[in-house]
Design a protein around this ligand. Sequence first.
Ligand SMILES: Cc1ncc(COP(=O)(O)O)c(C=O)c1O
Length: 358
Amino acid sequence: MSPHPPSPRAVLDGIPAYVPKPPQPPATGVSHRLFLNENPCPPLPSALAAISRAASRTNLYPGIFPDELADALARKLGVPLSHVVTGPGSVGIYQQIGQAMLAPGDEVVYAWPSFEAFPIVVRMAGAVPVEVPLTGETHDLDAMAAAITPRTTMVLLCEPNNPTGTAVGAAGLKRFLDTVPEHVLVVLDEAYFEFHQGPDAPDGVELHRDRPNLVVLRTFSKAYGLAGLRVGYGVAHPEIAGALRKCAVPCGVSRIAEQAALAALEAEAELLEQVAGIAAERERVREALGGQGWTVPPSGTNFLWLPLGGDSGAVAAELERRGLLVRCFPGTGLRVTVGGPEANDLLIAVLAGLRADR
Ligand SMILES: Cc1ncc(COP(=O)(O)O)c(C=O)c1O
């Protein structure tokens, strides 16, 4: 008999364990979830109807892959079906990427702070994170390019960036992609794509067409308001897409998620109107906070970043006490989701009070 109990892989020592947070009722009795960049609007009636129809078939497995959804995405995006990958949220596809494309010792370059899943995916594979500090609140693309070495196999890039909301723009991104060696895979995370429109906004799907080393990730969790159903997708050339599919959990996207996503795609015009409303609220809040003297960088997402440095914890605690649950990055800043008008008004009022106290 072995003298040792089974031991998990040593790389897991570098990955923090999930610790459930005990619910703290706010002093006001009402709490607004502004910490996960969720869409404040409930699903559309057509999506709810699709969910209910699909729910009646939950005794059956869904397809190995959600083929109907993949087909609809290929048509919508104008890409061959072989380029479409799906998964249980884009974080599910990140896991597929880690399994399919990373080996122990590979270097992976990404900005920091950026999406919190990055170090987990990299460490889980036994690969080596190479974190490049943001310059101000934005990606330092020159420094990221300079951080690529012969051992680099992957670059992770979130446009616009989570948690700062900032964007590098189409021209800067294109220039950067052109400097990345062809054997290095670039994962371009466009989780907030629909919130970042305009002449300088990049479109990863277009960029991927002549770049076989680019994977673009998008999700139904944000603009499409289906975070609770876990469905995301990626676009990549067939060699990479095929490898990612091999690493997918079979039947990993439920029939309910697939049918809701199809209904959301059908109702896209209505959802994009909703997105425009959230973007307008984002600008209203940013302007109000700027008027109070807070620094709030421009955002191409459904959240705002307050770079409060050492004050972050205290401000987050006061917001929480008043019923606004935000995401605190201790010592760095606060990420605050754009909520409904009531939550946004409360945020503006509480921060105005804190400003007056300073
Ligand atoms: C940059 C980024 N990528 C991916 C995700 C997760 O998306 P999904 O719900 O599709 O897993 C988030 C969620 O906050 C995000 O900010």
